[in-house]
Design a protein around this ligand. Structure first.
Ligand code: SF4
Length: 954
């Protein structure tokens, strides 16, 4: 039986005499959540429902706090019985498992598999048996590569986490050899695979100064080992193979992608050499992790194979030792348990937020390749380390900053891990209700593509919403993302029919959002680069030790808007940074474009960045308008533009095909092709446009700019902003901290943007664009007074006076009197639902009919609701061509008419109403008419909403 629960007090460890001699034991007081074969193993019932719901942070990018706020604890699976959960039960961990007990802290989660029950003084207790595994924090899914690094040295694991994977040739070659291996397993021709894979990596190889031919030759030499091994005749037709299989263990808290699985056993590929008979220990550890993963998926693994591809490139007369590339070893239980104990140590340290010193392991620093880095990082960050420290520690405020943000980013990482756990803790329906899965799909067909990948098609059987979007990586499964057959797939098309591409032909009936740690990984690296590699002057300014400086610029860039002109002057003249505060509709995209044009004309290389692809493309489009004629090559727009002086300006958009808007595709940097051409394209570009997330990629991190201009800066975390700013000598942040804050899951220091902090610290370094080109005068009054000190005003009389009458075929006279004013309030008592309100939805459907009858196009109307559940409810009542969405999805856009559904009866509850920035976004989307629909009693219970009500009813 398996026992799972929460550590309820101090763990007592002792040594006792047994019939086998002296033995160690640890007594763990455990508040038991589940005992049983299934539920306890998988954590279907957990200690604390709150810990696996994300509590509905108001900053959820996908806007919907409903799904998060009403998440469920997943229920109790059949076959489990629940202890009452109040009195802790003693669980005894014997012998080596006491090592794992050393890391336990009250509040941590513990799982003991194959435990035995016994009675002691009338009390039921549990203890480990010879078959048991003890897993600390099983919901924290540790990556196999992390365990491998940890075993090498825990401090090395930490250093890797801080600095990220660099762009270097061994890393890229390793990836190429792995890709070719996968292709060979899928039956692709070797030569074709090498050519195609090397071509795909053209840009990276170009940045490394490599040529395609030399790399292809190098990969070919390594691939010989793979081919030779495959041709050894040891495989038969019946041998089952699987390449790059994503495996998740809900028992051991491990995840990873096995290079290959042959006859149910893991095969790992290493591009290095190994002249010993046995595989390297750290490589065995990696294979053992996959063995654990495979066993959980029903396998019985007794061997592991390591394939050292470099061995086949060595000459027997030059090297001594065992040159055989493939080395098999038997998978003993001792190794598997060792691996779990190592994983436990790592998970406990991560969950406690501790930093490894290196003393946890036995690696010898004098043999470590990273010794210098280790000593420098330890010295600069004043951290204890086995390697010792060199260099001067950072000033106290920087050390404090590092600790604060390290903690915050790691908290964010733990939130991502909670998302992983939901893959198995929640039922399919609960995941669908949370918009995290599309379920009950009808599988249509699979088709093999060139190169061995597969195209999969499925059809939706319901119109359910989800967070899944085209271009996303998802877990495609035949029923369950963890227990079933599942594969990482890319969504190529998402409408009623869904088209995916994947490495394996999964008969897909369900898609799950696949949580990613990539963002948190990159935040950490960006912070590390800022503090440890960053420019000292920049740190002086950002830490308040020196004031930002500006060169005086007299030129007039925009002659009909003083604030915009001043913003461009500041952006151009900033020696350190400048801030452009752009309330809704104030023309910040135009201002950005004008500023970049001015910089380009001064010969500067500019990075144009933003939080979302949409904002990057909008700014790029505006810039292209600014910098003049598009030069055509063979009738097609080329990425080369002319600036005001008639000189050519190369513009490049870095991003994925699915992320970049179709009309910006001609500017998108193709990564595949001749390395020299690819790199020239990027290096010669005077303007490079990419999201801030992409700025943290290996390719972009190699680039250097004179200036980085970052839009949507108020939606970025501080380290997220550094990811772009680190690449440039100076930076300009553009945003509005009175609108949506950074998108994070945890509530901590990440919720304040660098933009907002700098606006407070150096108000004189910024300018607010104060004239808006969007809203009728009456509509903008509330937002102006409430959020912008009354400074926001219509840019022109035409804007101030705009009404629905201006639209062709529309007459306000045909509307009922209560809807003729640009702002109206419709009082609906509501049906009392917490996250949905059918009465409001029905009333909104009537309003839309009324507007249609007055001549409005449906596409001119937008409906904003606070919760995704209410978005779904309203969508059921209104025609498809009316845009209905959450505030988050509407930020950055506008409509002729906006209807806001408040979905609150009696009182206002929840973070969504507490954060007034959301209401600012909602109320500033319309141009000509705004209708507020809600319960006046509920709204009047809060002073800000009360003022809003008074304004709407005036
Ligand atoms: S130098 Fe020593 S402590 Fe640092 S990573 Fe290497 S082995 Fe670990």
């Amino acid at each position: 039986m398996h026992v799972r629960g929460t550590v309820a007090g101090e763990v007592e460890t002792k040594t006792v005499s047994t019939s086998y001699g002296e033995s160690d034991l640890a007594e763990v007081p455990l508040r038991i959540a589940a005992v049983g074969d299934e539920a306890a193993r998988t954590g279907a019932t957990t200690r604390d429902a709150g810990s696996i719901t994300d509590g509905g942070t108001s900053s959820d990018a996908e806007g919907g706090t409903i799904a998060d706020a009403d998440g469920s604890d997943g229920g109790t699976s059949a076959g489990a019985h629940l202890a009452d959960g109040h009195e802790p039960t003693t669980v005894t961990l014997w012998n080596k498992w006491t090592e794992s007990a050393d890391y336990l802290e009250p509040g941590m989660e513990l799982l003991v598999t194959d435990a035995a029950e016994d009675e002691y003084q009338g009390e039921t207790r549990y203890k480990t048996t010879g078959d048991s595994y003890v897993v600390v924090e099983p919901s924290f899914l540790v990556n196999v590569t992390s365990i491998r690094n940890w075993v090498e040295c825990p401090r090395l694991y930490y250093l890797n986490k801080l600095s990220g994977v660099p762009l270097n040739y061994p890393v890229v070659k390793g990836t190429l050899v792995h890709e070719v291996f996968g292709d060979l397993l899928r039956g692709r021709d070797l030569a074709e695979s090498i050519d195609a894979r090397v071509d795909e990596r053209g840009l990276e190889l170009g940045l490394l100064g490599e040529t395609a031919d030399a790399v292809a030759e190098d990969v070919r030499e390594n691939a010989t080992a793979i081919e030779g091994w495959l041709e050894q005749g040891r495989l038969t037709e019946e041998d089952s193979w699987r390449s790059e299989q994503l495996l998740i263990s809900e028992t051991f808290g491990i995840r990873g992608r096995a290079d290959a699985v042959r006859r149910g056993a893991p095969v790992e590929l290493k591009t290095g050499k190994n002249l010993k008979k046995e595989p390297r220990f750290k490589d065995k550890v990696q294979a053992a992790c996959y063995a654990l993963l495979l066993e959980e998926h029903g396998g019985d693994v007794d061997t592991g194979t390591l394939l050292y591809t470099k061995n086949s490139t060595l000459k027997r007369n030059e090297e001594t030792g065992d040159l055989t590339p493939a080395k098999e070893f038997s998978m003993g239980e001792g190794l598997l348990k060792f691996v779990v104990r190592q994983r436990n140590e790592l998970a406990a340290m991560e969950v406690a937020g501790d930093i490894p010193t290196g003393y946890e392991g036995s690696a010898k620093c004098e043999y470590c390749f990273e010794q210098d880095t280790c000593m420098v990082v330890s010295g600069r960050l004043d951290q204890e380390s086995k390697a010792g420290q060199i260099g001067q520690a950072l000033p106290d405020e920087e050390l404090e900053y590092f600790e604060r943000f390290y903690r915050a980013i790691e908290e964010e990482r733990r939130e991502v891990h909670r998302e992983y756990a939901k893959l198995w803790e929640q039922s399919a329906q609960e995941r669908a209700d949370d918009d995290r899965a599309l379920i009950d799909l009808e599988f249509l067909e699979k088709r093999e593509l060139e190169g061995g990948r597969w195209e999969l098609r499925a059809r939706r059987t319901s119109g359910a919403n989800s967070k899944i979007r085209e271009g996303d990586f998802v877990l495609a499964s035949d029923g369950h993302p963890v227990r079933g057959n599942s594969e990482l797939a890319i969504i190529e098309r998402l409408d009623d029919e869904i088209v995916l591409t994947a490495d394996e032909p999964v008969e897909v009936t369900r898609l799950d959002v696949y949580p990613s740690e990539l963002t948190t990984d990159r935040l950490l690296v960006a912070m590390h680069d800022f503090l440890l590699k960053g420019d000292e002057r920049r740190k002086d300014v950002l830490f308040g030790r020196a004031d930002p400086e500006f060169e005086t610029v007299e030129e007039t860039f925009i002659d009909n808007n003083d604030a915009q002109n001043e913003a461009v002057r500041m952006a151009v003249g900033a020696e350190d940074f400048a801030l452009i505060h752009g309330p809704p509709g104030t023309g910040k995209t135009y201002t950005i474009a004008r500023a970049i044009r001015a910089m380009v004309e001064r010969g500067e290389r500019v990075l144009l960045s933003a939080f979302t692809n949409r904002a990057v493309d909008n700014a790029l489009e505006a810039l292209l308008d600014q910098i003049g004629d598009v030069i055509e090559e063979d009738g097609v727009a080329s990425p080369t533009q002319r600036n005001g002086d008639g000189e050519a300006v190369d513009v490049v958009r870095v991003g994925s095909e699915s992320g970049v808007r179709d009309d910006m595709e001609p500017y998108r940097l193709e990564r595949s092709g001749n390395p020299e051409d690819r790199v020239a394209k990027l290096q010669n570009a005077q303007v490079v446009a990419a999201t801030t997330a992409t700025c943290g990629s290996r390719v972009m991190k190699e680039q250097a700019f004179d200036v980085a201009l970052v839009d949507e800066a108020a939606q970025l975390t501080e380290p997220g902003t550094h990811a772009a700013a680190n690449l440039a000598e100076r930076f300009v942040l553009v945003g509005d901290h009175e609108q949506l804050p950074p998108v994070v899951r945890a509530e901590n220091d990440l919720t304040e943007s660098l933009f907002e902090r700098l606006v407070d610290l150096y108000p004189e370094a910024g300018v607010m664009l104060d004239r808006q080109y969007r809203m009728n005068q009456r509509i903008q009054v509330f937002a102006s007074n409430e959020f912008y000190d009354g400074q926001l005003r219509p840019a022109e009389p035409e804007v101030a006076a705009r009404t629905l009458d201006d639209l062709e075929g529309v007459s306000r006279d045909t509307l009922p009197p209560e809807l003729r004013d640009p702002v109206s309030f419709v009082d609906v008592e509501g049906d009392g639902g917490r996250y949905t309100d059918g009465e409001e939805a029905a009333r909104i459907a009537d309003l839309i009919e009324t507007y249609e009858a007055a001549g409005l196009e449906r596409s001119d109307i937008g409906v904003i609701a606070p919760f995704r559940a209410q978005v779904s409810e309203i969508s059921k009542h209104v025609p498809d061509d009316v845009a209905v969405d959450t505030v988050d999805r509407f930020q950055g856009s506008s409509q002729e008419v906006i209807i806001v559904s408040f979905t609150a009866t009696g009182t206002l509850e929840g973070p969504i109403f507490e954060d007034y920035r959301r209401i600012n976004v909602a109320l500033t989307r319309p141009k000509r008419a705004l209708v507020l629909v809600g319960d006046s009693r509920a709204l009047a219970s809060d002073p800000v909403y009360k003022r809003m009500l008074e304004w709407a009813r005036a």
